[in-house]
Ligand binder design. Sequence first.
Ligand SMILES: Nc1ncnc2c1ncn2[C@@H]1O[C@H](COP(=O)(O)OP(=O)(O)OP(=O)(O)O)[C@@H](O)[C@H]1O
Ligand SMILES: [Mg+2]
Length: 503
Amino acid sequence: MTLFKRLTSRLIILFVIIFVTIAMTLLWFVGNSSRSFEQQATQALHEELAAHMLVESQILRFGEIDPAALEHTFHNMMLLGPAFEIYVTDTEGKVLAYSADESKIKRKQIDLTPVKEFLNSNVQFPLVGDDPRHQSRQKIFSAASIYHDKALQGYLYVIIGSELEDEIIANLTSNKILNDTLVIVIAAIMFALFIGVILIWLITKPITELTTSVLNYQEQQLWQKGLKMALLKNNTSWTSSIEEVQLAGVIENMSINIANQFEQLKDKDIQRRELLSYISHDLRTPLSSLTGYLETWQTQFSKISPQESAHYIEVAHRNALVLNGLVEQVFELAHLETGSVEIHREPIAVAELAQDIMDSFDLRAKEAGVTLDVSPKDSSIQVDADIAKLERVFGNLVSNAIRHTPPGGNIVIRFSTVTFNGQDKVQISVQDSGIGIAKDQLPRVFEAHFRASNKVDSETGNAGLGLAIVKALLALHHTDIKVESEERKGTCFSFYLPQYRLF
Ligand SMILES: Nc1ncnc2c1ncn2[C@@H]1O[C@H](COP(=O)(O)OP(=O)(O)OP(=O)(O)O)[C@@H](O)[C@H]1O
Ligand SMILES: [Mg+2]
């Protein structure tokens, strides 16, 4: 049953049905029209036949047959050959006399409508009338009205193409030449059918191959091996249509995308597992320190001095803060990656915001011996962004910069307005004169939990999540961050935000 569901089989079946129907219709039409043409010619040729016969003899007088005249007419008829049969009818169509054997006559009444039509001057050939030798058959004829003393007596009705002729034609049909012709015609039809079937098979072959390749790709799950579908090499043969080549191209591209996305998902999955194990490790260190100090304080409480007691509590508290910071960062990153975080854009005087951030880091900068600056201090530059998220971005970048800049260094947040693709943007960069990052590690600094070999730990502990959070926050603003760095010279993180303009 599946055979009939295949495209090729369906097309072949459809083709065969249409082809055979057309061939049969054509044969029938040609046969019929040649028969009709032949009848038309024969009848036209013998149009005057009946009239000519009547000229010589007066068959009917006062509705009565004159046997001698009839005999004479039939005799003349015989001379013309067996192709004609003569009937004499009265004015109502009743057959009064005939040239044939009595036993062969099947009806003695004929319909006179075609006869009257025949006698009309505008007659159209071929015109058929009842054949008295058959219950229902009709044949071409010639007819003439029989008058006596200007009164209509009846009709002379001559059937053209007698029964004898029919027999001869029937015999001829089984004739060898006709049979041979038929065989040749059937052979030609079969050949055309064969060629048609082969062409259909050739045309549908690329689609069949395409389907097989796609099924194979699916069954073997080749995308899991990062393989793309190789369809085009099979589909660029001359039998492939433009549409099939295009389809193959589209499917190939789709398979490349599927394989790539599968790879990305796999990578993401691995990264996630790694992150989870790193984070649990990061959490374990401050947690065990916290519980360790608290337990010691609990057991030693009565024996130690108040100063030592305060020290234990202070260390435990510091570890609790580290834990708190880590947990908050992990939550923040996880939250950002859900894709459900929305931003609320508003016009921000970005230099003022940067100055506020710098002020909040003032103490830490003084401790680290670095200077903080914002350039230019132009409060007219406004960006269209989410203020809380932008604060977070600046906070992470500046805290990184302070940690990685030795005393005597400086950190500057710079702004410049640029226009590209017809859009006004503000380029924002956080630049430090710190220790820099090794070239080979630069591409990885935005990965969650990646910490370069230059890393400097702060008191509150670092999990390497800060830059991943910055990148995710900027992605919400549909912008990306890039980093340039030179070891022992400094690092510069920069990104663009849309400039806010009132007009
Ligand atoms: N301004 C900088 N100068 C030099 N190295 C930097 C700078 N900023 C980041 N890095 C390097 O990139 C790494 C990743 O930074 P990121 O902010 O993601 O993590 P972290 O600061 O180490 O930890 P966290 O931000 O979670 O406290 C840092 O560990 C550091 O090695
Ligand atoms: Mg950081």
